[in-house]
Design a protein around this ligand. Structure first.
Ligand SMILES: NC(=O)c1ccc[n+]([C@@H]2O[C@H](COP(=O)([O-])OP(=O)(O)OC[C@H]3O[C@@H](n4cnc5c(N)ncnc54)[C@H](O)[C@@H]3O)[C@@H](O)[C@H]2O)c1
Ligand SMILES: O=C(O)C(=O)C[C@@H](O)[C@H](O)[C@H](O)COP(=O)(O)O
Length: 541
């Protein structure tokens, strides 16, 4: 249990304490306190004014008061002022607490602080590096003595430092940050209800938990945990299951429920379900009052590694898949691996299709890991009490890697003006299958066949060797995924013409180019399109 005690961060100015504290608070579901801010609340004026009016001694008295006050509250992540350990009384107060030392070289601290630092002890110093070196010489030993964990922050991002601390705490939790139109965190772990409740109540007063029928009992549990911390009302709203929930009629029912509850812009929508739920709930959040926060709590593997992460929301229409929707960033995403225990093997396989996709488009390590990780029954991997099993760690790392691929691509091209199309590998053909099968196919199964089609097309066009296609087929079969579809070409071709990547009536496919990089290609060679279709079992007439 990593959030039952305070977690205190010490280090030089510029070590990144404030930023890392915020990320740790999100990952652990803990409030965040900055003692400098508490000093200003107690003193009733800024730290600079305390120094100029009453001098450093007075500031240090206020700082000890702020430390005591912070430690007297509920367990929190507490970012301490750089000089807190210069006082013996503070060193004594901190004894027995979890103190983390964020170590930084003066050169990097100075670079991070830049010109606008606003820290009195650094004001007016001709050479900030020299001043920081002096502070380091004065304080390093005290930091070392007080700390139970130490992290070197030079050259590391705040997310990497945070992950290092989570790993050292054995929190069994991963943090991925998506830096798109908005910046938000994706937390991967097991048993995240409290962390979710904490974050939801930071975001708003009234809460609507959107879920599919099968998750009703768990949705009620989650709503109860949220309401225990909430000042407003917490309600459930159940949508029709799976793809039958991704309709305009379903969205209208959601809007009507929000209207009945008179939910305002201080409300939050929680999406608790698979990708169909996160797509629908994301769309409700994007459109209700022109936008309220949405917290994604995906309950399927596919939802975790893909649907909940990138801000695409969507509904199906009679014309095709996801033809109505918006790009709308969630406020936070929580992937609780324990939710996967009740997934059927074919649902795990469906999620693995999108994981495999990430391996092909960007992170080959995923392919290596998938080849070695037997996932015959996630249930046997997850939910074991006590120490995390090697298999559970492997699954958490695999999920995190796939999410990282999506986070990097989404961060680079949130509105899919170019790069982001690579996340659509396999989807042109997949969405056609889903439509022709009246949305009864598992999305991940359709994507599996769609990836084979795209790879066969690349092979027919001379862009990849045959063995690349064969290896993809073998990987998909090993995951229990289909590699063929017995449809008819005219229907498939017509359905693919509705794909959102079509430009000027020309089909475009994400597939490897001769040089190996995967990107979107316009394909007008009808013979090649048909040949590839035959290769995946399609009848031409
Ligand atoms: N927005 C995006 O970027 C994005 C990305 C990928 C997929 N998607 C969309 O996501 C959908 C596919 O998502 P999915 O595969 O999660 O399907 P889904 O949401 O339909 O869930 C599949 C089935 O599993 C059930 N279920 C959910 N959680 C469960 C659990 N923990 N245990 C047992 N059963 C559970 C659901 O009720 C449903 O019957 C498609 O509509 C696809 O278009 C969106
Ligand atoms: O996030 C993206 O971008 C993707 O393409 C992810 C896909 O895996 C996902 O199925 C998405 O919903 C498809 O997007 P669409 O724009 O083709 O509907």
């Amino acid at each position: 249990m990593t959030n039952s005690q305070h977690l205190l961060l010490v280090g030089l100015p510029g070590a990144g304490k404030s930023t890392v504290a915020q990320l740790l608070g999100e990952a652990l579901g803990m409030p965040v306190i900055d003692t400098d801010q508490v000093v200003e609340q107690i003193a009733g004026r800024s730290i600079a004014e305390v120094f100029s009016d009453s001098g450093e001694a007075s500031f240090r008295e206020f700082e000890t008061q702020a430390l005591r006050q912070s430690l007297a509250g509920t367990p929190a992540v507490i970012s301490l002022g750089g000089g807190v350990l210069t006082q013996q009384i503070n060193r004594e107060i901190l004894l027995g607490n979890r103190v983390v030392y964020l170590q930084v070289t003066p050169e990097n601290a100075a670079r991070r602080l830049g010109i606008s630092h606003g820290r009195p002890l650094l004001q007016g110093s001709r050479d900030m590096v020299t001043k920081l070196q002096e502070l380091h010489n004065q304080r390093h030993a005290d930091y070392e003595t007080a700390a139970c964990l130490r992290v070197f922050t030079d050259g590391a991002t705040a997310v990497e430092v945070t992950q290092d601390i989570l790993d050292q705490l054995q929190a069994r939790r991963n943090l991925v940050q998506v830096r798109a139109e908005r910046v938000y965190s994706v937390i991967v772990g097991s048993g995240l209800e409290e962390v979710i409740a904490h974050r939801v109540n930071q975001l708003g007063k009234d809460v609507l938990v959107v879920h599919p029928p099968i998750l009703r009992p768990r949705a009620q549990e989650l709503a109860t945990r949220i309401s225990e911390r909430s000042s407003g009302s917490v309600n459930l709203w159940e949508h029709a299951d799976a793809e039958s929930g991704k309709t305009v009629a379903s969205a209208e029912a959601g809007w009507n429920r929000l209207g009945e509850l008179n939910y305002g812009r201080d409300s939050v929508i929680v999406a608790f379900g698979g990708g169909a739920t996160t797509d629908l709930a994301g769309f409700l959040a994007a459109t209700w009052l022109r936008g309220v926060p949405v917290v994604m709590c995906p309950s399927t593997l596919l939802g975790m590694v893909d649907a909940a992460v990138g801000g695409k929301t969507g509904l199906n229409t009679p014309a095709g898949k996801n033809l109505v929707g918006s790009f709308y960033s969630p406020a936070a995403v929580f992937c609780d691996l324990r939710q996967l225990v009740t997934l059927a093997p074919e649902q795990i396989a469906a999620g693995m299709a999108e994981v495999l996709k990430c391996g092909y488009i960007r992170d080959g390590r995923i392919l290596e890991k998938l080849d070695s990780l037997a996932l015959e029954n996630v249930g046997s991997i997850l939910g074991q009490a006590g120490k995390e099993s090697r298999a559970e760690l492997a699954l958490r790392e695999l999920v995190t890697r796939a999410i990282t691929v999506k986070a990097e691509v989404v961060g680079a091209d949130f509105r899919e003006s170019g790069l982001r199309e690579i996340l659509n590998f396999g989807h042109t053909f997949a969405h056609a299958i889903e439509k022709l099968e009246d949305y009864k196919w598992q999305h991940g199964f359709a994507v599996a066949v769609g990836m084979v089609y795209a790879m066969e097309l690349a092979c027919t066009l001379g862009q990849v060797e045959r063995d690349v296609v064969s290896q993809l087929r073998l990987r998909l079969k090993a995951l229990g995924l289909p590699t063929s579809y017995q449809g008819t070409w005219p229907d498939l071709y017509e359905a693919m013409l509705h794909d959102k990547k079509v430009r000027g009536g020309v089909l475009r496919f994400v597939m490897p180019a001769k040089e190996g990089a995967i990107h979107t290609h316009s394909v007008t060679d009808l013979a090649a399109l048909k040949q590839a279709a035959v290769q995946v079992g399609v009848k031409l007439a």
